[in-house]
Design a protein around this ligand. Structure first.
Ligand code: C2E
Ligand code: CA
Ligand code: CA
Length: 760
C-alpha cells in the first residue's frame, strides 16, 4: 500500500467510526423517543379521558345552570310586562294593547309578545290575532303553576320552531295570560356556545326522553329511543340513565354511536322536569391528546435535531482537529513527507507485506554530510531547499511497498526491499548520486555527499533498536572517508558491544592500575645501541590478558578519555626515569604518544613542563610523538605547539609519517627533531623497487631538512639493511626489540658510565 493510501485508509476508518457512533446515538435516541412517546400517549389519553369525564360532568352542570338562568330571565321579563299590562286603561283599548305589545317587544329579546284574554282571543305584538293560541289546558296550567314554558312548537305565522313562555296577567285571578315566543335557533346557539368550543352536543329533553332542543339539530326525536343504537361502555346502560332521569338525578355515561365514542352528562332543569344533556365525542379528547403528542414530539425532535447538529458539529471539529493533529504528529512540515511517527505507524503493515511476498527488507538511514556547514555557508533558506530536494529525490526512488520519512534535521529513514546486498548498495549509490547534487536558482550546482547506514532486518526486534542499528552502520560509514554506505552486521554489532564494554570499564581500569606501560627501544642500525625508547600502553584486563592499544585508543580518542590516559602514561614514564636515574642507570630519552586532542589545551606544554620538573627529569629525556594527522589542517596551531615544546626543551617527533596525505608540506613548515616512518607504509611497499626509490628520496629529503629518521616496524634484516643504506638513523621494530616491560627494559639500560650494547 502507498503511504498516502495508508493515511487515507486511516482517515476513512476514522470517518467511518465517527459516522457509526453518530448513527448508533441517533438510533438509541429514536428508540427512546418512540418508547417515551408511546408511554406518554397512553398517559396523556388516560389523563385526558379522566379530564374529559370531569369536564363533561361540569359542562353538563353548567349547561343546565345556564339554561335555567336563561329561562328565569325570560320569565322575569315576561312578568314585568304582565305587571304593566294590569293597568285597565291598556286592556280596555285593544288598539292601545297591540301598540303597547309592539313597543315592549321591540325592547325585549322575544320574537313575539302577546296577551290572550280569558275568552281565548290572543293579541300579538305583530298586530295579528288568533283564537286559542294557547289551549285551555295550557291556560289552566299557567294559572295553576304561575308560569309555563312549552316544548318545541311551530310559529303560527312562520315556518320555524319556537318555545312559548306564559305567565298569568294577575297572580291568583283568571284575567288572561301574557305570553312570548322565542325561536329554537336562539336556544340552540346558547346551548352550544360554551360547550367544548362547539365540539360538544347540547340537548334539552323532557322526562320521557323527548328532545325539546338539540344543538346541533338531531334526526332523533327521543333520546331513550336513540339509546337503542348506543353501545354502552362497561358499567353504563340505558336503563341506568332512564332510572336516574326519572328520579331527577344527575349522571354520566360513556358509549359509542356509529363508531364514535362519546361521553354524556345529564342534569335536571328547574322547568318542566326537563333535563340538560351534554355530549362530548371522545375523538375530540383524542384529537386534543394528539395535538399535545404532536407538540411533545415536535419538542423531542427539536431537541434531537439540536443534539444531532451539536454532535455533527463536534465530530466535524474533532475530525478537523484530528486532521490538524495528524498533520502535526505525522507530517514533516518542511518536506511534507512523513515524519518518524508516521513511518513508525506504517512500518508494521509494510513489513508484513514484505514478509508475505517473501522479499527481504532493510532499514536505511541516509544523512547529508556536513549539512551544518552547508547551512552556515549558504544560509538556512538554501539549506531548507536542499532538504526538500533530497527528500524528493529519495521519495522518487521508492519502489512499491517501501517507506520513507525525514526522521530528523538532515537525516532520512527508508524501508527498502533488499533482494541482495549488492543490489541494494547499487541502488543506494544511485540515489545518493541523484540526491547529492543541489542546483541553485542561478544554475550553479554544488555537490552534496550523502552517507547511508543499512540494517538488513534479520530478526523481529523493536523498531527503535533496528533504527539504532542502521544509525550505527551510518556512523561507521562516516568514519570511512568517501564511503557512501555501510551495512550493519554481526561483526559490527560485536565491535559496538566491545566498544560499550570498554567505555564502561575504562575509568575503573585506570584507577585499578590495569593500564601498563611498555617500552620499545629505538636502536642504532649499526651498533644496535638503545638510543631512546617509546612508551606504549597495554591494558591488562583481569581474566582477559593484554589488550593491544589499537583496540581501545580509537575509542578513547572519540570519547576524550585518551587525555587522561596520556597524562597517566607520562607520569608513569617520569616515575621510571626518576627511579632509574636515582638507581644510577644511564637513562635514554623516551617518546610519549600524545593525542591530537591535547592541542586544544593551551596549558598543555606548561603542565608537561611542570610535571617533568616535579619528577626532576631533565626535559631532553622526553620526546612528544605527534601523529601526522594531528598536523593536517592545523598547521598554525601545530607550529605554535611544536615551538612551545622546543622552547621548554622537549623534542618532538612526527609519528606515522607516510600514512597521511600532506606529509611533505607538513615537514616543510614544521621543525621536527625526528620523523618516524610509518610501519604500514614500510610493510605495504616492501619489495617494490619503485617504492624503495620513493622512500629513499623521502629519507634524503628529511635528512636535508635536518631531522633524524626512525624506521618503525623493522622486522627483517633485509629491511634493516635497506633502511640503513638509505640513511635512516634509528630502528624501532621486532627485529631489535618488542615492547618490553619496564623491568625488562631497565635491565638493558647500562649503568652510568658504561656503554650500551646490542641486546640480540
Ligand atoms: P605507534 O605510535 O605507531 O606505535 C608503534 C606501534 O608499532 C606499536 O604498536 C608497536 O608495538 C608496533 N610495532 C613496533 N615494532 C613492530 C614490528 O616490528 N612489527 C609490527 N607489526 N609492529 C611493530 P602498539 O603498541 O600496538 O600501539 C599501537 C598504537 O597505539 C601506537 O602506534 C600509538 O599510536 C598508539 N598508542 C600506544 N600507546 C599509546 C599511548 O600511551 N598514548 C597514545 N596517545 N597512543 C598510544
Ligand atoms: Ca608512536
Ligand atoms: Ca607510529
Amino acid at each position: 500500500m502507498e503511504p498516502q493510501e495508508i493515511g487515507r485508509v486511516r482517515k476513512n476508518t476514522y470517518n467511518l467510526r465517527g459516522f457509526k457512533r453518530t448513527f448508533i446515538f441517533i438510533l438509541i435516541a429514536a428508540i427512546l423517543v418512540a418508547t417515551g412517546s408511546v408511554l406518554a400517549w397512553k398517559q396523556v389519553t388516560n389523563r385526558l379521558s379522566q379530564d374529559a369525564r370531569e369536564s363533561i360532568e361540569s359542562a353538563g352542570r353548567e349547561l343546565a345552570e345556564n339554561f335555567n338562568y336563561l329561562l328565569e330571565a325570560e320569565f322575569q321579563i315576561l312578568s314585568s310586562i304582565s305587571v304593566s299590562l294590569e293597568a285597565p286603561a291598556v286592556l280596555a283599548n285593544k288598539q292601545r294593547l297591540v301598540g303597547y305589545l309592539e313597543r315592549q317587544n321591540k325592547r325585549n329579546v322575544f320574537d313575539l309578545t302577546g296577551y290572550q284574554a280569558p275568552d281565548g282571543t290572543a293579541w300579538f305584538s305583530n298586530g295579528k290575532t288568533l283564537k286559542w293560541f294557547l289551549s285551555q289546558a295550557v291556560v289552566d296550567a299557567v294559572y295553576k303553576q304561575g308560569q309555563f314554558i312549552s316544548g318545541r312548537r311551530k310559529n303560527p305565522f312562520e315556518n320555524e320552531d319556537i318555545l312559548i313562555f306564559a305567565v298569568p296577567l294577575k297572580e291568583g285571578e283568571e284575567k288572561g295570560v301574557v305570553f312570548a315566543t322565542h325561536t329554537a335557533t336562539f336556544y340552540r346557539q346558547t346551548l352550544t356556545a360554551n360547550l367544548w368550543q362547539g365540539n360538544g352536543i347540547g340537548i334539552i329533553m323532557d322526562k320521557d326522553g323527548d328532545i325539546v332542543l338539540s344543538a346541533p339539530k338531531s334526526s332523533y326525536g327521543n333520546i331513550f329511543e336513540m339509546m337503542s343504537d348506543f353501545l354502552f361502555d362497561a358499567g353504563f346502560s340505558a336503563d341506568q340513565i332512564k332510572e336516574e332521569v326519572s328520579s331527577g338525578k344527575s349522571g354520566l355515561s360513556g358509549y359509542s354511536l356509529r363508531g364514535e365514542h362519546r361521553f354524556a352528562a345529564y342534569h335536571p332543569l328547574k322547568y318542566n322536569n326537563w333535563y340538560a344533556f351534554a355530549v362530548l365525542p371522545t375523538a375530540f379528547v383524542a384529537e386534543k391528546a394528539l395535538g399535545l403528542m404532536v407538540m411533545a414530539w415536535l419538542i423531542c425532535f427539536s431537541v434531537i435535531a439540536v443534539l444531532v447538529v451539536c454532535i455533527v458539529f463536534m465530530l466535524r471539529m474533532q475530525h478537523q482537529n484530528g486532521r490538524a493533529l495528524y498533520a502535526m504528529g505525522f507530517v514533516d512540515s518542511l518536506t511534507q513527507a512523513d515524519n518518524l511517527n508516521s513511518f513508525h505507524f506504517k512500518y508494521a503493515a509494510a513489513v508484513e507485506a514484505f514478509k508475505k511476498k517473501g522479499v527481504p527488507f532493510a532499514l536505511a538511514v541516509v544523512n547529508i554530510n556536513r549539512f551544518k556547514a552547508v547551512n552556515d555557508i549558504y544560509g538556512l533558506e538554501e539549506g531548507d531547499k536542499i532538504l526538500k530536494q533530497v527528500a524528493a529525490a529519495l521519495q522518487e526512488g521508492l519502489q512499491e511497498g517501501e517507506l520513507f520519512c525525514r526522521s530528523s534535521a538532515d537525516e532520512f529513514l527508508l524501508l527498502l526491499a533488499c533482494p541482495g546486498r549488492t543490489d541494494l548498495a547499487l541502488r543506494l549509490e544511485n540515489v545518493a548520486q541523484r540526491a547529492g547534487r543541489f542546483c541553485q536558482a542561478d544554475g550553479k550546482c554544488l555537490p552534496l555527499s550523502l552517507t547511508c547506514g543499512v540494517y538488513v532486518v534479520d530478526e523481529d526486534s523493536p523498531f527503535y533498536i533496528m533504527v539504532d542499528r542502521a544509525k550505527l552502520a551510518l556512523s561507521s560509514a562516516r568514519q570511512r572517508a568517501g564511503a557512501v554506505y555501510a551495512f550493519y552486521d554481526e561483526a559490527f554489532r560485536r565491535r559496538i558491544v566491545a566498544e560499550k564494554h570498554i567505555e564502561s570499564h575504562m575509568e575503573s581500569a585506570l584507577q585499578n592500575g590495569e593500564f601498563k606501560l611498555y617500552l620499545q627501544p629505538k636502536c642504532d642500525f649499526k651498533t644496535g645501541k638503545i638510543e631512546s625508547a617509546e612508551a606504549l600502553v597495554r591494558w591488562e584486563q583481569p581474566g582477559k590478558g593484554l589488550i593491544a592499544p589499537d583496540n581501545f585508543i580509537p575509542i578513547f580518542e572519540k570519547n576524550g578519555f585518551i587525555l587522561e590516559l596520556d597524562w597517566f602514561m607520562l607520569k608513569q614514564t617520569l616515575g621510571l626515569l626518576k627511579e632509574w636515574k636515582e638507581a644510577g642507570l644511564n637513562i635514554v630519552p623516551i617518546g610519549i604518544n600524545f593525542s591530537r586532542l591535547h592541542l586544544d589545551d593551551p596549558s598543555f606544554v606548561e603542565e608537561l613542563s611542570r610535571l617533568a620538573d616535579e619528577y626532576g627529569v631533565d626535559h631532553q629525556f622526553l620526546e612528544a610523538e605527534l601523529t601526522e594527522s594531528v598536523v593536517f589542517g592545523n598547521t598554525a596551531i601545530m607550529k605554535r605547539f611544536v615551538d612551545d615544546l622546543h622552547a621548554k626543551g622537549f623534542s618532538v617527533a612526527m609519528d606515522d609519517f607516510g600514512s597521511g596525505y600532506s606529509s611533505l608540506n607538513v615537514l616543510k613548515n614544521l621543525e621536527f627533531d625526528c620523523v618516524k616512518l610509518d610501519k604500514e607504509f614500510l610493510m605495504r611497499e616492501e619489495g617494490s623497487t619503485r617504492m624503495r626509490a620513493i622512500i629513499s628520496g623521502l629519507v634524503s629529503m628529511i635528512k636535508s631538512l635536518g631531522g633524524k629518521i626512525v624506521a618503525e616496524g623493522v622486522e627483517t634484516q633485509e629491511q634493516a639493511q635497506f633502511l640503513q643504506s638509505i640513511g635512516c638513523d634509528l630502528a624501532q621494530g621486532y627485529l631489535f626489540y618488542k615492547p618490553l616491560s619496564p623491568q625488562e627494559f631497565a635491565k638493558l639500560l647500562p649503568a652510568a658510565g658504561s656503554t650500551g650494547q646490542k641486546a640480540q
